[in-house]
Design a protein around this ligand. Structure first.
Ligand code: GLY
Length: 369
């Protein structure tokens, strides 16, 4: 194993769990899993796209190791993240007589992870589960920290629970076959956490973006290790997002509004990238971030292929309206994470979020470049 990071939630000592990062965990899975399964039944929830070749190879290993399992495969797209699919999964588990001692192994991207985690949180009042994220976005963000959820007609992630996994196993080999657009989609969340918490890692991405975009294992390993360590540290201090965990929402207030503006025809990471640009501009207008740092962020995102030109065409009034409808808005006021400098959030009066008047958001859109 290349590295292991722990999430320690002080209030729930028994729920501390390891995040293992490796190249080729699949090669020796049954042994790794046996530690977690004990006498339990194993349910594998996965994306139909992964059935071949990964799951086929894995199934044979489980059969050889005499581990009992069932496989449930679903479509890994956002349209599966709902109550109907959740119930279909549960019914399959009931039909297979899966009991409350079972272990759910969730192998896939963010949708499968969030949905599978929520099934685990509620099946017979909660069963154990392990996250095996297969996209960069899921590795560095959604698989870590126990946020589980589904969407409904009122919005994304509105129904869910905090339910921490038993373990997270990150196998960087999955990234070899990840399309470039999906790599960038995850890289944006990596950059987000570095902008809020760690300048040296932000500089690493700035200096090594070519290697990262060329799927260089060493560079990928470094950024995944740092992003996961920072997130594990944040979640360990603030599991339920009372304050510190809100750092992870940097770029997301505007990013979520942009997702809605584009009717979700934009990848989450790409919307967050544009959100990072606008929210950095807001931090600059509010007198925190320097123009030089703002331009460094814009420059990096542009080098990754984020097209910022469209931001000029956007109707800022609509974005403000969507921000006000967001579940994080309170009493008709918009709150955001404001960065003080690259690697540091403005966190005064013990509040990670700050009210941002609509007129500053409008000004930010006007003054972008
Ligand atoms: N994706 C943000 C969080 O886990 O809190």
């Amino acid at each position: 194993m290349l590295s292991q990071i722990f999430v320690n939630i002080p209030a729930r000592e028994q729920e501390s769990y390891p995040i293992s990062i490796d190249l080729g965990i699949f090669g020796n899975w049954p042994n790794w899993l046996k530690k977690h399964i004990q006498s339990r039944q194993l349910v594998i929830l996965t994306d139909k796209k992964l059935l071949n070749p990964y799951i086929r190879q894995f199934k044979q290993q489980l059969l050889d190791a005499k581990i009992n399992f069932i496989v449930i495969s679903i479509n890994g797209g956002e349209s599966s993240k709902n109550q109907v699919t959740k119930e279909a999964i549960e019914m399959k588990m009931f039909r297979a007589r899966i009991d409350r001692d079972a272990l759910l192994l969730v192998i896939g991207g963010g949708v499968i992870g969030d949905l599978g985690g929520f099934v685990a949180a509620t099946y017979m009042r909660g069963i154990k589960y392990i996250q095996v994220p297969t996209t960069l976005l899921a590795m560095v963000d959604s698989s870590v920290g126990g946020k589980t959820a589904i969407n409904n007609e009122y919005g994304k992630n509105l129904i869910g629970a905090f339910w921490q996994p038993q373990a997270v196993a990150i196998d960087i080999k999955f990234l070899n076959t990840l399309p470039k657009q999906q790599l960038i989609n995850g890289l944006i969340e990596v950059i987000k956490i570095f902008i809020t918490c760690e300048k040296s890692s932000y500089d690493f991405v700035t200096n090594n973006f070519n290697k990262i975009l060329a799927y260089d294992n060493e560079a990928l390993l470094f950024i995944i290790q740092r992003a996961v360590s920072l997130k594990a540290e944040i979640v360990s201090q603030d599991e339920k997002e009372q304050n510190l965990r809100k750092y992870l929402n940097f770029g997301h207030t505007i990013g979520h509004a942009l997702e809605k503006y584009y009717d979700f025809n934009i990848l989450h990471g790409y919307a967050v990238a544009l959100g990072i640009i606008v929210e950095s501009k807001i931090a600059q207008i509010m007198g925190f971030l320097t123009q030089e740092s703002y331009l460094s962020i814009v420059n990096l995102l542009q080098k990754l292929g984020i097209d910022c030109k469209d931001l000029h065409e956007i109707d800022a009034a609509k974005i403000i309206q969507y921000c006000l409808n967001d579940k994080k808005a309170k009493a008709d006021k918009i709150y955001m994470i404001i960065i003080r400098q690259i690697g540091m959030v403005q966190n005064d009066k013990n509040s990670a979020v700050h009210e941002v008047p609509a007129k500053i958001i409008k000004r930010a859109f006007k003054q972008l470049f």
